[in-house]
Write a protein that binds this ligand. Structure first.
Ligand SMILES: N[C@@H](CCC(=O)N[C@@H](CS)C(=O)NCC(=O)O)C(=O)O
Length: 192
């Protein structure tokens, strides 16, 4: 059985938890205290970060890579579109996730100008979600998984209002109907 080295408050770990749940993959969890990381974590991931997925003594770090691995290893249900161009568009969004996470963390640190930068990125996502129901395209998938943990944290922990971004608000509601995402809403609510 796979093991996930995990931390409830980590949005990168949330990406992996969501995909494991969507694909109904059984796994064990080892919770890492991010304030007191065990030395052996560096053996599993030289960067000393979670998530790490372990299978038969093989360790895989990096949430986006883990999710692509899980998609290939457990193809049902598919979380990438069948069309090659649509797959590439979803991967591009995942690749550009730093465009969101950079202002997200800057805003969390209270840096000047970060709120406006975050709003500009959210406006871009809102416009995209006006033209398609999911970030992955016409169906839920890996691009939605890659972004939703940050947006849940913005809403619940950072006081970000999505009133000005109705497509994001609708998308969050839609995603919250999925057990995999609803579980993450609960995880974040418990962090308050
Ligand atoms: N690029 C990594 C980022 C993972 C990451 O930053 N994890 C944080 C927790 S949210 C961590 O383990 N931090 C521990 C540290 O940096 O000491 C991924 O996508 O998995």
């Amino acid at each position: 059985m796979a093991t996930l080295y995990d931390a409830p408050r980590c949005p990168y770990c949330a990406r992996v938890r969501i995909v494991l749940a969507e694909k109904d993959v059984p796994y064990e969890t080892v919770v890492i205290d991010l304030n007191d990381k065990p030395a052996w974590l560096y053996v599993k991931n030289p960067a000393g970060k979670v998530p790490v997925l372990e299978e038969d003594d093989w360790c895989l770090p990096e949430s986006a890579v883990i999710d692509e691995y899980l998609e290939e290893r457990f193809p049902d249900p598919p979380l990438l579109p069948a069309d090659a161009a649509a797959r590439a568009a979803a991967r591009l969004l995942i690749f550009r996730h730093d465009d969101l996470s950079r202002p997200h963390y800057a805003f969390r640190r209270g840096e000047p100008g970060a709120e406006a930068e975050l709003s500009a990125v959210l406006a871009g996502l809102d416009a995209l979600l006006l033209s398609q129901p999911f970030l992955t395209g016409s169906a839920f998938g890996l691009a939605d998984v890659a972004y939703v943990p940050w947006l849940i944290r913005e809403r619940t922990l950072m006081g970000v209002s999505f009133d000005a971004f109705p497509s994001i608000a609708d998308w969050l509601d839609r995603l919250g109907e999925r057990p995999s995402v609803a579980a993450e809403v609960d995880v974040v609510a418990a962090l308050v």
